[in-house]
Design a protein around this ligand. Structure first.
Ligand SMILES: [Zn+2]
Length: 618
């Protein structure tokens, strides 16, 4: 059933906005003078104005705005003018005021040919979505999809595009000219549910429970959530669990709850990039922080020193492991929650994204009974996942597999996992020595951090143990001089090392909005020097509500340097990294850069992304 079609054709309306004051004038009997009254600064239509700036006149062709000699003249849609035939959607600047001109009749009733959108295909601009609250969206049965800040234009999807009252309210709220497209009630309401999760209501709910600082001054600096405050606690705990649910749903790896000067910022790290998801009113900071500290079993009265710990919570019907830490910033405690992905513990070597040849080589190395295999790359490049995948590939009850981690993030069955402490009696080096007394076959050392660890690890590798470990270097070859710098004898290293994996994570193109792309010529030339790439097809994500700027998820990109006899000789002779790399390439090594570019040509990721994560390789 459609609402009745409009009969008042082309009814003109002016929204006049100045310094936050708004006034809506219907142009029923022009001319209408726009100017300043003596008693206030709002522009008026009638004869009360004392300083006339402009006038709207009715002509045969419609309405015309004429400058009456104001100091700075008038401006229509950014263009200075003396006289302008008004069109629906024009923005006129007169003095300090902005005037939105609308002809209400120009919004058509939803006839079969009325503009409609398929909401799945519509690209929804998050900046537009933020202009409405959930309550706005529900009460108007509408949500914004496009926001053109400069042009002050907003495209809104509405169930009832003839709801002029709602459109006027939207324009007043957003200071934009609203263009309406129609969509079915069901689609609009389900989009609102998706775009405006109940979080905002929860923020309001929690806020209502907050005692004002004025009424309870003694509580400042004290834990506000105490026993007995059941109702208040409920509001805040609901808000906190919604934040956790939202983060898990968005597949975030970290949640940052950070007090700022004017608000509490909530950011998620998604696919390696921090994104501000929302902000909370500052008065919720203590409550939310305390709630998180209670969940992590921290001392909530301790605010001056950092705390860290972990906990498991039920989020979205599944158990989620969190590593929680606090940091006392000058604006209060910042809380960071790392969401540990249990699937990493079961990581399969097939799922890493390694090319067949490199994977086969790595498995071959993993099946040796002694030596060191190194995984290198910057922090957050997926080294841990690769180590676990490698361990899982050879896991067996016939092997004694022991790890030394800082800290243990993922629990793996059938493996003995140890965790170093901030204590000289249990460091990587001393822990490694005690593991060696426990008859190990495979040892995973979280990180080669110091000289002593490197020396014990090499010793272990030379005495019948397979050692897996990580190092921070940019390329596989660079790991070798680094280990020598850290105090290994080159001849011992040459004898002990089996291979080095170097890796990065690249963001995948979102499958929902993947589209053909034409990278900039200089980018192509830099990535494929000397190659004619005119026949290749490149892709990017256009951006949709399923993804973040056209990317969704990440995949590893790898370089595997197996230590051949020739390279072993070069290590002993202390050749530099680039000579070792050159030799490895001659022996068939696919470099990180080549492998990543292969993923670009397969349409898995973009050239920009590969440039971003492998810049050190170029
Ligand atoms: Zn997408």
């Amino acid at each position: 059933m459609h609402p009745p079609a409009l009969t008042t054709a082309m009814l003109p309306v002016l929204h006049i906005v100045e310094a936050g004051f708004t006034r809506t004038v219907q142009l029923t009997d022009p001319p209408c003078t726009i100017g300043r009254s003596d008693e206030n600064s709002i522009f008026l239509k009638n004869n009360e104005v004392s300083h006339k700036h402009a006038e709207v006149r009715k002509t045969e062709g419609g309405y015309v705005i004429v400058d009456l000699g104001s100091k700075n003249g008038i401006c229509v849609n950014g263009v200075p003018t003396r006289e302008h035939a008004l069109k629906h959607g024009d923005i006129v600047k007169v003095g300090l005021a902005r005037i939105f001109f609308r002809q209400l009749g120009s919004v058509e009733a939803p006839a079969p040919q009325a503009p409609t959108v398929d909401l799945n295909e519509e690209r929804i601009d998050p900046a537009a979505v933020r202009l409405f609250t959930r309550n706005n969206a529900l009460s108007w049965q509408a949500f914004p999809v496009e926001y053109h800040r400069e042009a002050r234009r907003l495209v809104v999807v509405m169930v009832d595009p003839t709801d002029l009252g709602a459109i006027q309210e939207m324009e007043l709220l957003t200071y934009c000219n609203v263009e309406v497209v129609a969509a079915g009630r069901k689609e609009v309401l389900s989009a609102i549910e998706r775009l405006y999760p109940v979080m905002e209501e929860a923020v309001e709910g929690a806020r209502r429970q907050v005692p004002s600082a004025a009424s309870e001054p003694t509580r400042l600096g004290m834990p506000v959530v105490t026993e007995g405050d059941t109702e208040r606690e409920l509001g805040v705990s609901r808000l906190v669990s919604l934040i956790l649910e939202d983060a898990v749903r968005m597949e975030a790896s970290d949640i940052h709850v950070e007090p700022r000067r004017d608000r509490v910022s909530i950011r998620y790290r998604i696919d390696g990039v921090l994104v501000e998801r929302r902000s909370l009113p500052l008065d919720l900071q203590h409550l939310v922080t305390n709630r998180l500290k209670i969940l992590a079993d921290f001392d909530i009265s301790e605010k001056r020193f950092p705390q860290d710990g972990r906990c498991s919570l039920a989020v979205l019907m599944r158990e989620v492991d969190l590593r929680v830490s606090t940091f006392p910033s000058i604006r209060g405690e910042k809380v960071v929650l790392r969401i540990l992905d249990r699937s990493v513990a079961r990581m399969d070597i097939e799922a890493l994204g390694m090319e067949e040849a490199a994977k086969a080589q790595l498995l071959d190395l993993m099946n040796r009974s002694e030596g060191i295999i190194l995984v290198t790359g910057p922090t957050g490049s997926g080294k841990t996942s690769t180590l676990y995948a490698a361990m899982n590939a050879i896991r067996s009850t016939e092997l004694n597999m022991v790890t030394l981690e800082d800290p243990v993030e993922y629990e793996v069955p059938e493996i003995t996992q140890g965790q170093v402490f901030d204590n000289p009696r249990f460091t990587f080096a001393s822990g490694l020595r005690s593991i060696l007394r426990q008859d190990p076959d495979v040892i995973l050392v979280g990180e080669m951090r110091d000289r002593e660890t490197v020396q014990v690890a090499v010793q272990a590798a030379l005495t019948g143990h397979l050692v897996l470990t990580t190092l921070h270097t940019n390329s596989a070859a660079a790991a070798i001089p680094r280990l020598v710098d850290m105090g290994t004898e080159p001849y011992l290293l040459g004898a002990g090392i089996l291979g080095v994996v170097s890796q990065r994570l690249v963001r995948r193109i979102c499958p929902h909005c993947k589209t053909v792309d034409r990278p900039a010529p200089d980018l192509l030339a830099a990535a494929f020097p000397g190659h004619d790439m005119s026949g290749a097809t490149f892709y990017r994500g256009a951006g949709c509500d399923q993804c973040l700027k056209g990317y969704k998820g990440r995949i590893g990109t790898f370089e595997l340097l197996p230590i051949s006899e020739a390279i072993r000789g070069m290590i002993v002779a202390q050749s530099n990294a680039s000579a070792i790399k050159t030799r490895a390439v001659q022996e068939g090594m696919v470099t990180l850069r080549e492998e990543a570019l292969g993923k670009v040509l397969q349409g898995v990721t973009t050239l920009e992304e590969v440039m971003r994560v492998t810049y050190a390789e170029f």
